[in-house]
Ligand binder design. Structure first.
Ligand code: SF4
Length: 706
């Protein structure tokens, strides 16, 4: 084990490196093996951590950690080089590419786990240092449908428009396509408190997840039918005169079209489409009708579909018709997944976006941001390609690619096809902590500093801006991505736009750039975050306390009203047929986070979940002669992968579930369908057609960390 370069003498309060709950934790850095304890005083986790958080220190001091830059040598192998050599290779490749093919031939992909400061610099670096329009980030695979639907309906996208501490006071929580008992366990304490208060939890999921097992009611929906289910529930509320006419009249627009659309979603039809029995539909409608306070909270299950935006809008329609949004202890929200999935989608690393959640094709937004950056408005490129479309262009329009904290060789849909396209690039550079599956494909690999080694801010799933604090110096020669971007900009001749005394100076410029935007951080400072235990945006002035609750008086739409959208149920891009007779759906497990770059290297987590599995109903397994623990090969029109069989009588008999944290022969994303939502460009991770392949020779299971 390599000793830490330096340790801090005092415990440092910071936040977990993983999911969007951003649990408060304390790093005790007196030894070369820093210890972690929960922060009892942070109201989001209230002293709880999940196993990922407890073991997060292990990745800091891991023997496989990248400590020096690597570059591919004449023999085609990655070998150690100095930072200057690495930078020289990158700058030369970028210059050659842009002089031959134009500025947009360089692409940049980044991650939703990066701090706000880094996310902001990614967008600025792409537009100002590289002059390319082609930048996007991995939140495109996570929150883009929820974000697009929220903007359409409410005029703003903040995952939860209320603090988590409101949840215990909701009489009903309808949780759609989310499994926080495994993905963010400390969140469950709010649902447990809700139950103790007499509240009820209803879960919509094709399988009985850990969360569904704790619910009063579990609606085992057919994958890809969420919009029909939501429309069916609204149909019943209208039929039973249980909608809030006064709210609809005063605070919304567009209800008449929705009412007409859902008129044909009578319960028998909805049962046929969704598989949810009419008796359950009626019961849920009655529970919603009688509740004074209720929340509808959506997750990736409903959103990661080619109809993800429409699905989310259908659930929003239900919340609006009951008059929930903007009411105390009520509302509609979405659970953000990645650590900075919220802030990461606000500051300009999206293809069509400038800081403050501004649109890059909005002339006023361009003027404002160009002025903050000190460049001419005309220098700002226009909108670029979304993440998957950018990947489709690798080797075509995109000849060189920079990727920061995005292990897309594991997390992209139809991952094998994406890896083949990477091979066609003239140049590929990756910045990461470890030699991930994606980094292994690169020409240059840069060692990035990790969470406990850096300062910055994160924005959690409640829209609360919090401080990430440095407890330790970076290991070896690792550098922060913010430093890397500024140093590269310098070498590209654009260093004058990237001069910052420290991370706080980057944040202060970010705050200026967001002033007047939807996600307005202009009244937030590091000191204010410290003083208030985080500040919820929007916070548009120095004396503004932040906004824990949105929509209390009005919505940030031109009329001040929320907007209904009529939604029709459409089938998924791929449905089971004679050749591929089952649904495949994917998700996460307790032990691992996203593509597993970090968690697959933590011994305890690896012991808990060493390999991917295929969860299926015992009846389905029996039909194929399979037993618990057998190895099974699954095949789709994209590829094949091998999994350990896990039996569960809680999953639908026509559906197989597999977690997506692994690559290689264990890769769920070798199977998934890259059909995109027409609005959000979100791939359809949650539904495709699969078969159990008896003819395929089963390769050895992955089971390895890398
Ligand atoms: Fe909390 Fe999420 Fe970290 Fe677990 S992974 S400790 S739930 S922030």
């Amino acid at each position: 084990m390599i000793a830490l370069a330096q340790s801090s003498p005092a415990p440092v309060a910071t936040h977990c490196p993983y999911c969007a709950l951003q649990c408060g934790m304390v790093v005790h850095g007196k030894s070369s093996f820093p210890a972690i304890s929960p922060n009892e005083f942070f109201s989001v986790n209230k002293g709880a951590l999940c196993i990922k958080g407890w073991t997060a220190a292990e990745v800091l001091n891991h023997p496989e950690r990248l400590l020096r830059p690597l570059a591919r040598n004449a023999a085609g192998r990655l070998s150690l080089v100095s930072w200057e050599e690495a930078y020289a290779r990158i700058v030369s490749a970028l210059r050659t590419t842009q002089s031959k093919y134009g500025k947009d031939a360089v692409g940049l992909l980044s991650g939703g786990s990066l701090t706000n400061e880094k996310a902001y610099l990614m967008g600025k670096f792409a537009r100002v240092a590289l002059g390319t329009r082609n930048i996007d980030y991995n939140g495109r695979f996570c929150m883009s449908s929820a974000a697009a639907a929220s903007i359409k309906a409410f005029g703003v996208d903040r995952g939860l428009p209320f603090p988590l501490e409101d949840i215990p006071y909701a009489e009903i929580v309808l949780l759609v396509g989310s499994n926080p008992a495994e993905t963010m366990p400390p969140l469950m304490q709010f649902f447990e408190q809700q139950r103790r208060n007499g509240g009820r939890l209803i879960v919509v999921d094709p399988r009985q997840s850990e969360t569904a097992a704790k619910a009063l009611l579990h609606l085992k929906v057919t994958p890809g039918t969420d919009a029909a289910l939501a429309n069916g529930l609204l149909h019943l509320l209208i039929r039973d005169e249980a909608i809030d006419h006064a709210y609809i009249e005063a605070r919304t627009e567009g209800f008449a079209k929705v009412k007409a659309e859902v008129a044909t979603y009578w319960p028998e039809r909805v049962e046929r489409i969704t598989g949810v029995p009419e008796e359950q539909l009626t019961r849920v409608a009655k529970l919603l009708a009688s509740a004074q306070t209720a929340m509808i909270i959506s997750g990736r299950g409903s959103e990661q579909q080619a109809q993800g935006v429409n699905n989310t809008l259908a659930w929003i329609n239900l919340a609006l018709a009951r008059g929930l949004v903007g009411r105390p202890y009520s509302g509609f929200g979405t659970l953000t997944g990645q650590g900075n999935g919220q802030g990461g989608r606000e500051h300009g690393q999206k293809a069509d976006q400038l800081p403050g959640y501004r649109k890059i094709d909005d002339p006023a937004a361009r003027r404002h941001v160009a002025a903050v950056w000190g460049i001419a408005e005309e220098e700002l490129p226009g909108p670029g390609k979304s993440a998957y479309e950018l990947m489709q262009a690798l080797g075509g329009e995109i000849k060189a690619l920079l990727s920061f904290a995005f292990n897309f060789a594991v997390s992209a849909p139809d991952a094998n096809a994406v890896k083949e396209r990477v091979d066609k690039l003239d140049f590929f550079c990756v910045s990461d902590f470890f030699l991930s599956e994606t980094a292994k494909l690169a020409d240059v690999v840069l060692p990035a500093a990790q969470w406990a080694e850096e300062e910055g801010t994160m924005t959690n799933l409640e829209g609360r801006v919090i401080r990430r604090r440095r407890a330790l110096a970076p290991m070896g020669e690792a550098r922060s991505d913010a430093t890397i971007l500024c140093e590269l900009a310098q070498r590209l001749g654009r260093g004058q736009y990237f001069k910052y005394a420290n991370t706080e100076a980057i944040f202060n410029e970010l705050a200026l750039a967001t002033a007047g935007g939807v996600a307005d951080y202009s009244g937030i400072t590091y000191d204010k975050i410290d003083e208030l235990q985080g500040v919820h945006w929007p916070c548009p002035a120095a004396d503004h306390p932040g906004t824990p609750h949105l929509f209390r008086g009005s919505f940030p739409t031109p009329s001040g009203k929320a907007r209904f959208h009529a939604v029709r149920h459409l089938t998924p891009a791929e449905e089971p047929d004679a050749e591929y007779p089952y649904f495949l759906t994917t998700g996460r497990t307790l032990a691992h986070y996203q593509s597993g770059t970090q968690t697959r290297r933590v011994e305890k987590l690896q012991e808990m979940a060493p390999e991917a599995y295929a969860e299926m109903h015992p009846h389905l397994a029996k039909r194929h002669g399979l037993h618990e623990g057998d190895t099974v090969t699954l095949a789709t029109r994209r590829g094949t992968a091998a999994f350990r069989v896990k039996l569960s009588s809680g999953i639908r008999e026509d559906t197989i579930f597999t977690p997506f944290h692994w690559g290689g022969t264990n890769s769920a994303n070798a199977l998934t369908n890259a059909a995109l939502d027409p609005v959000s460009r979100m791939p359809e991770f949650k539904v495709c057609a699969v078969r159990i392949d008896p003819t395929f020779v089963v390769p050895p299971l992955g089971g390895s960390r890398i």
